[in-house]
Design a protein around this ligand. Sequence first.
Ligand SMILES: [Zn+2]
Length: 553
Amino acid sequence: MDSSRFGLSAARVVPLAALALFLAAPIQAQETLLTVAEASDFTKTSLHEDVLEFVAKLQGSSPLVRVETMATSAEGRPLPLVILGDPAPTSPADLRYDDRAVVYIQANIHAGEVEGKEAALMLARDIVRGLTADYLEDLVILLCPNFNPDGNEKISTRNRTNQVGPDGGVGIRYNGQNLDLNRDGMKLESPEAAGLVENVLRRWDPVFFLDSHTHNGSYHQEPVTWTWGLNSNGDPGIFSYMADVVLPDITRRTREDYGFLTIPHGDFIDVNDPGAGWIPLGPQPRYLSNYVGLRNRLSILNEQYPYVDFRERVFGAYNLFRTFLDYLQENKEEVVALVRDADRRTVERGASADPGEFAVEFDPRPIDFHITIEGYEMEIVQEEGRRPRARPTETLRTYDDVPYLADWTPIRTVTWPNGYLITAQDRDVVDKLLQHGIAVERLMEPVNLTVEQFSVSEATGSPRLNQGHYNTSVTGEYSDIEKEFAEGTYFVTTAQPLGAVAVSLLEPESDDGMVYWNFFDRYLAAQWSAAAQVYPVYKLKSPVNLLTEIVGK
Ligand SMILES: [Zn+2]
């Protein structure tokens, strides 16, 4: 493919020896700030030290750049958050009456998937140098080029050997705690995910989030894929905006404006029948893109295609980032209004007499927009002692009108309450809610309320460890009771912008909530009597006025 289509950076690769010369001369430095990928002709990727050095040089060269530390990794490495603005804000308070929109892009969460790291650095440089559209007229852009520095430092040619380059190897998937950071959206056990929530999502509150990865799945020709926050307990207005407006628009823009093809992220549901359907990852908010969607923000999962050359993957990510920035700049007012309305709808829902239902089981169904996949004729190979597997032939084939099964439709629901009364006094439960930014209150006087209780029939631990947890699932009965709640009982209203996150955490049958992640294990089995154990979180099913105080950190 013609590399000039990929923007100015592709032509700016210079040999390493020349780079060293220029770096020694400060006057020239502005012209020659190259990423490790560019300087090595896309045979290597940056170490964390290279990222820090690049960010420092960029900041040193421009007033449009500020830098914060958004987290310190498990092994003690700082994660720089690069803040681009004109003027660059010193804190979110500078933006209180500013009409620029704040957007956020992060990369390298799985540190074998390094394209976004290189692309984010290149993009920061090219925005600052005026080589892209003038995004900073309308946007404040936050970038985290290396979300998993601990994984990144374990670069080896033995990691992700199935992908095409870089020849110098890549890092590993997990962080310094052996955790997959893209399973940490709800439990927030890693300093990296905790820092994201505290110092980016809560502090800067970006209207847009993008998490950049590389996939390992079905064979196709498009170098870049992406999808959005897919949890159907989130705001339906944002979901339909993404599916009906943003998806067709971005698909068109990448092709027409940047000369490359994208499809939504997914895999064939049946490789023997590729036209049958294309399915994305599940809707659970442990995946950060789904989590941020539940927070009522536009949220993108970006996955590069591993079987195209590393250079093409880096420029694919780079140009996808630009495509979204183009979209956000042109549609800033619409996007800001959308997330503001979603927050307002969520609050109104929690305050209403009938907040509706919360989905605990889902079934994937097609959205209206069907997709075209530029794929291959497939063949089945049977190697001795292995299961038959499909692999692409050399014959190209277009699969038209493929259903995209991104609508995770609820098939079982429970009541979405007006609030929760938490009788367990465990501080780790309250702290976890506060960590997400959920408002927690405390009763200032005893009160008698009609509530729904959940009596546990069975609590089961998963047979295998998952991210250090034997996940708990419960079955049981819901019943309406009158109950006296003592002064000091915790109260969580769902009439707050993070209402959907609160419900997802506190519902006992939530497939990604605090029960699932073991916060309530000690309350779920009858140890001290034969009576069924009652889950110590009660659901308020009508709006009431309570005398409370807000719990601080
Ligand atoms: Zn990944």
